[in-house]
Design a protein around this ligand. Structure first.
Ligand code: AMP
Length: 490
């Protein structure tokens, strides 16, 4: 992760990173397997990629800006990454301030030996800790919040590395799934609330850790289990596995947005198929916000499973009324609004033959700034749609994420500025509705949101952040709270 996030950056429109991590211990082709695993996690980060391998005592690394296939484009690169242990990281975009020094895994020579760390998540008191560390003499090499963990380990008074690691993590707040390497072991860990995902798999004698199960599928490994919230799993080079639980047993709060958008639909998350949850969100949406229409059309790819669920529940035929070009990256990461607008057009095109003269229900997973919805509604009208009813498979995104999902600053979130009727007018839809937060929880298998004790982090929808937000509070004292209308039809 990077310090240049919206609440700390004077420009305010810097996007934060999202990330995917993968690690394997106990196979001769560790680096190549890591590249394959990262390729399956590419949707979690497209800006930069790095792999660190370990051959006995020596660490080797290769990193670069770009996609996995671009940065790891030849076999010779893997000749330079020997060893039976490797870990890697893909990172999402920041619009500035990134660069090679921030590409993970980060590596340091500590008193106890070499140490590498790959991090998915965001530390919400990183600036605070960094100031303290710098005042005591720490010299930072990057602008990454992850480096704070390295300095906390380096300055811990405990003699053993694992104790230093735990000591460091006790000072950190926010979200972290980590894969670390030392000369004799791989250490994987999830923050006490398990905000970001991390799973464990096996292939032969090798043990694998990855952000999502899809990475296990792609390398041919079997899924063993999730790393539990607050758990530290230590795998030694001789194959011994030890689990530690130094943070007690707080109630987990995994990110619900992983189900809505972020994870691949072919992954399992919290024991559930992401695809299936998305379809169920569509079913809930159809029950809560029916529409008189001729066709259900998904905004590809993110709206497809929910649109299937909506169509099945409503009995309205599902059609591919928008065709997506697969040669354009995610629209979200473009630096300026102008570039983002142009990109929506390059990415999606109306299937006029299907749409002309039809009343359509358009399904997407979320509205963030509203740029995509506005363009797509217009595209449907230009293609001759008689009516456009927009349905969104998540509640209004009214709050920024401080835990590693890329959202703009709050003032740029459409739902933080407007109620649902005004949003409908803004995107020029004939009607607009969002699934309710209870509907979303029903789709993940619950009877609704337990307000006293929510089972997930849903701060982007509810404004209820499950940890302190020290950096944010120190910067402008805003708690981030705002009550919003949820799930109304405009
Ligand atoms: P916007 O155009 O700003 O309203 O963005 C909404 C679109 O971006 C939706 O179609 C989502 O599929 C996608 N999206 C939502 N959240 C994110 C995110 N955190 N990172 C990348 N894309 C996102």
């Amino acid at each position: 992760m990077n310090f240049t996030h919206p609440f700390l950056d004077p420009d305010g429109d810097k996007l934060r990173e999202e990330c995917g991590i993968f690690g394997v211990i106990g196979t001769s082709d560790a680096a190549a397997m890591t590249a394959l695993g990262l390729h399956a996690l590419q949707h979690r980060g497209q800006e930069a990629v790095g792999i660190v391998s370990l051959d006995g005592q020596e660490f080797y690394s290769h990193r670069g800006i770009g996609h996995v296939a671009q940065v790891f484009s030849s076999n010779q690169i893997f000749d330079g990454l020997p060893g039976s242990v490797a870990s890697g990281h893909v990172r999402y975009s920041t619009t500035g301030g990134s660069g090679l020094r921030n590409i993970q895994p980060l590596f340091a020579d500590l008193a106890a030996g070499g140490f590498s760390i790959a991090h998915n998540g965001n530390i919400s008191n990183a600036m605070h800790l960094k100031k303290e560390l710098v005042s005591k003499g720490s010299i930072f090499q990057s602008t990454s919040d992850t480096e704070v963990i390295i300095h906390l380990i380096a300055t811990s008074r405990f003699p053993k590395l694992l104790d230093r690691f735990v000591d460091a993590l006790r000072m950190v707040e926010g979200a972290y799934s980590l894969i670390c390497m030392t000369p004799k072991r791989m250490v994987a860990c999830r923050d006490p609330l398990g905000i970001r995902p991390l799973v464990m798999g096996r292939i032969g004698d090798a043990v694998i850790f990855a952000s999502e199960t899809v990475a296990l599928d792609v390398v041919g490994a079997e899924f063993v289990r999730e790393v539990e919230p607050g758990e530290i799993v230590e795998v030694r080079t001789d194959g011994r596995i030890t689990s530690h639980r130094p943070f007690g047993d707080p109630a987990p709060r995994p990110c619900i947005f992983e189900h809505v958008y972020f994870s691949r639909p072919d992954s399992l998350m919290g024991g559930r198929s992401v695809y299936d949850v998305r379809k169920k969100i569509g079913v809930e949406l159809a029950k809560e916000a029916p529409a008189e229409a001729d066709l259900v059309i998904p905004v590809p790819d993110s709206g497809v499973p929910a649109a299937i669920g909506y169509a099945q529940q409503s009995g309205i035929p599902f059609e591919l009324g928008i065709i997506r070009s697969h040669y354009v990256g995610r629209t979200f990461i473009q630096p300026s609004d102008g570039a983002r607008h142009a990109d929506v057009k390059r990415k999606h095109n109306a299937n006029r033959a299907i749409i002309e003269g039809k009343r359509i229900v358009l399904i997407d997973d979320s509205i963030v700034r509203g740029t995509t919805s506005m363009k797509i509604v217009q595209m449907m009208r230009d293609a001759g749609a008689a009516e456009v009813h927009m349905r969104i498979a998540s509640p209004p995104t009214g709050h920024s994420c401080f835990y590693g999902v890329d959202t703009p600053e709050r003032s740029k979130l459409l739902a933080a500025q407007m109620d649902v009727p005004d949003m409908a007018e803004f995107i020029k839809a004939d009607s607009l509705a969002f699934v309710s937060i209870d509907g979303l929880y029903r789709a993940v298998g619950e009877s609704g949101r337990n307000a006293a004790c929510p089972t997930h982090c849903d701060a982007c929808f509810s404004g209820e952040y499950p940890t302190s937000l020290t950096d944010h509070a120190e910067r402008d004292g805003d708690s981030g709270q705002l009550s919003l209308p949820v799930g109304k039809v405009a």
